[in-house]
Design a protein around this ligand. Structure first.
Ligand code: SF4
Ligand code: FES
Length: 249
């Protein structure tokens, strides 16, 4: 396959970016999207040009680092698929593909397709943990967890922190990410002691980072490669209300 790419190039967070057009030649349909970018970068390096900077690590859909917007859709718009797991067979020979970084004030572009997602780290640092001593494995196993809660907690824990929810939301809201982390811990017995302070602190940090509010558009859940459902947001809002009534801070 031969493709035309319009790629966002930006030297650093201070400079202005622009789209640059490249040709991706002899792309094998079974290559992943990132392998296609590797081929383009190899050619750029051979020609003495600066390769396109993009983030990646696992390339297995589990680390959350490969966030890019492909033809206007975070991760390319295929349900439950990260950019690293998107394969070139979804495109046609001769296609033109636009590739951009996440666009959100709280995720400033660092270089080309790489954004600074440390705002997510600070939300987790604000309360996305438990401080109780959980003991050893058999102690944890001695605490019975209803199957329904364990399943829901595991589903929420599938969030890989990629930021596609923020990139997809017209408000650049981080509520799906924050709510997934809160649901993961809040559904388990070990997460109960800090349940109320956790939700208050994480939501406060989310607001402080400059993410927008949720207006129930649902683009976040549609773009989420881990298919985190919108109902985690409703759960977080209920928890926040109870926490505020109880005066948690
Ligand atoms: S909720 Fe989904 S889209 Fe948002 S950070 Fe987690 S995995 Fe990514
Ligand atoms: S590189 Fe890890 S999820 Fe894509």
């Amino acid at each position: 396959m031969n493709l035309t790419l319009h790629v966002w190039r930006q030297k650093n967070s201070q400079s202005e970016g622009r789209f640059v057009t490249y040709q991706a030649k002899n792309i094998i349909p079974d290559m992943s999207f990132l392998e296609m970018l590797d081929v383009v970068n190899q050619e750029l390096i051979m020609n003495g040009e600066e390769p396109i900077a993009f983030e990646h690590d696992c390339r297995e859909g589990i680390c959350g680092s490969c966030g890019i917007v492909i033809n206007g859709y975070p991760h390319g718009g295929h349900r439950g698929t990260t950019a690293c797991q998107l394969h070139m067979r979804h495109f046609k020979d001769g296609d033109t593909i636009t590739i951009e970084p996440w666009r959100a004030r709280a995720f400033p572009v660092m270089k080309d397709l790489i954004v600074d997602r440390s705002a997510f780290d600070r939300i987790i640092q604000a309360g996305g943990f438990i401080s109780a001593n959980t003991g050893v494995a058999q102690d944890a196993n001695a605490i019975l967890v209803p199957k329904q809660n364990a399943d829901a907690a595991m589903d929420a824990a599938a969030c890989i922190g990629c930021g596609a929810c923020v990139a997809a939301c017209p408000n650049a809201s981080a509520m799906l990410f924050t709510a997934a982390k809160i649901a993961h811990l809040g559904l388990l017995p070990q997460g109960q002691p800090e349940r109320h302070t956790r939700v208050v602190r994480m939501v406060e940090q989310m607001d402080k980072e400059g993410f927008g509010g949720c207006t129930n558009i649902g683009e976040c859940a549609a773009a989420c490669p881990k298919v985190i459902p919108l109902d985690v947001i409703a759960r977080m809002n209920r928890d926040l209300l109870v926490a505020k009534i109880k005066g948690a801070n």
